[in-house]
Design a protein around this ligand. Structure first.
Ligand code: PRP
Length: 174
């Protein structure tokens, strides 16, 4: 079976939305420094494109996590497979993710990060699929709300391919 990628949001549309999100974050933090945490691997392009448009001082860091103990209904734990370098205690932190689907990964990861006592902890996602949510997560900055379709590009993969597409596409099988 071969697949075809249909454009959902063009590179121009994504860049325009990211610029709007960066302007909002810059306004909200009003000169205060933030620690931007990109979630590997999917969040890497969005994190890069977003942070270079933010005008308040930015400390950049990355974390990689994988959830496990997940049956069809529940999910128990998240394992940090690559941890932060920075100490986030007392800092304004924004977690930057490509997509929130069931919410499992982010709800567990946010709990772990909150235990490190940041001054504030916000969640920013490029894409949000609310129809798939199993666990509620507070989304502070939301790029696009999308239906339940398999999306790739801008960091997102299908069997590790297509992450480097500069637009967001839907995988269609032929
Ligand atoms: C994706 C995405 C989120 C998570 C969202 O990561 O980047 O971290 O899934 O799904 P959830 O809301 O159902 O938890 P993935 O595990 O595919 O890893 P990747 O970022 O390395 O592609």
């Amino acid at each position: 079976m071969s697949e075809h990628i249909r454009v959902m949001f063009s590179e121009e549309e994504v860049n325009e939305r990211i610029a709007g999100m960066a302007a909002q974050i810059s306004e909200d933090f009003n000169g205060q420094e933030i620690v931007a945490i990109g979630i590997l691997r999917g969040g890497v392009y969005f994190c890069s494109e977003l942070t270079k448009r933010i005008t308040v001082p930015v400390i950049l860091d990355f974390i990689e996590a994988s959830s496990y103990g997940c049956g069809t209904q529940s999910c128990g734990e998240v394992r940090i497979t690559k941890d932060l370098i920075e100490d986030i205690a007392g800092k304004n932190v924004i977690v930057i993710e490509d997509i929130i689907d069931t919410g499992r990964t982010l709800s567990l990861l946010l709990k772990k990060l909150a235990e490190r006592n940041p001054l504030s902890l916000k969640l920013c996602t490029l894409l949000n699929k609310p129809s798939r949510r199993v666990v509620e997560v507070p989304v502070d900055y939301n790029g696009f709300q999308i239906p339940d379709q398999f999306v790739v590009g801008y960091g997102m993969d299908y069997a590790q391919r297509y992450r480097n597409l500069p637009y967001i596409g839907v995988v269609e099988f032929e």
